[in-house]
Design a protein around this ligand. Structure first.
Ligand code: ITT
Length: 196
């Protein structure tokens, strides 16, 4: 691990503490991660049509408030048989995780094709008008019923390709190696190495 003085300090433009924990686990050896403080209690705007638009809006918003290098994550679950739903609306598909999962399973009940992918777009906003974007995808299938207690969001119903268990059963060690977030942050890590 590099010393703090040589690792860039990065503010995370997210309110989702599960994302914070995953990001810290995946790239905590190359960046010093700072969480959003309570001073930024305004809702970060998310009205874009794509993950990139939303991720950029979140990163730019926090950068403009703080003037610090900022990393935002916009992500979602894209289900093939539902024309990519819930996709960019994943966080707003229901009132809570349980309700969102219930709705998705109901909408998928009569479909044979249960293929889906988790996608994440990170935007690293490091100077006025200057940013880089990194995308990651993890393909898999939607299980028939929720299983497992680890992770967050749709993890109890997502079985990544090559596995027989959901992300919520597999746990963080496996998820943080193969997830959409892990794949996008691998590109971010390479980008940071090139900047050194
Ligand atoms: P911030 O905007 O504050 O970052 P958020 O939870 O609202 O937090 P998004 O707008 O990016 O984040 O919504 C992404 C939603 O997609 C998230 O709330 C979950 O429901 C789902 N999701 C994304 N990544 C996931 C993962 O790794 N496991 C399970 N569900 C995930």
């Amino acid at each position: 691990m590099r010393k703090d003085s040589t690792r860039p300090h990065i503010l995370l433009a997210t309110r989702n503490q599960h994302k914070v924990a995953e990001i810290e686990k995946i790239v905590g050896d190359v960046v010093v991660v700072h969480k959003l403080d309570d001073l930024i209690n305004i809702n970060i705007p998310e009205c874009g049509r794509t993950l990139l638009e939303n991720s950029l809006a979140k990163a730019a918003f926090v950068f403009q408030l703080r003037g610090q290098a900022t990393l935002a994550d916009d992500s979602g679950l894209f289900v093939d048989a539902l024309d990519g739903e819930p996709g960019v609306f994943s966080a707003r598909y229901g009132r809570d995780d349980e309700n969102r999962i219930e709705r998705l399973l109901k909408n998928l009940a009569d479909k044979k094709n249960r293929k889906a992918s988790f996608r994440a777009v990170f935007v690293y906003y490091f100077a006025h008008g200057r940013y880089e974007a990194f995308e990651g995808k993890c393909a898999g299938e939607i299980s028939l019923v929720p299983k497992g207690r680890q992770g967050f969001g749709y993890d109890p119903i997502f079985v990544p390709d090559g596995y027989k268990k959901t992300f919520a059963e597999l746990g963080p060690a496996t998820k943080n190696r193969i997830s959409h977030r892990a794949r996008a942050l691998e590109k971010f890590r390479k980008y940071l190495e090139q900047q050194r």
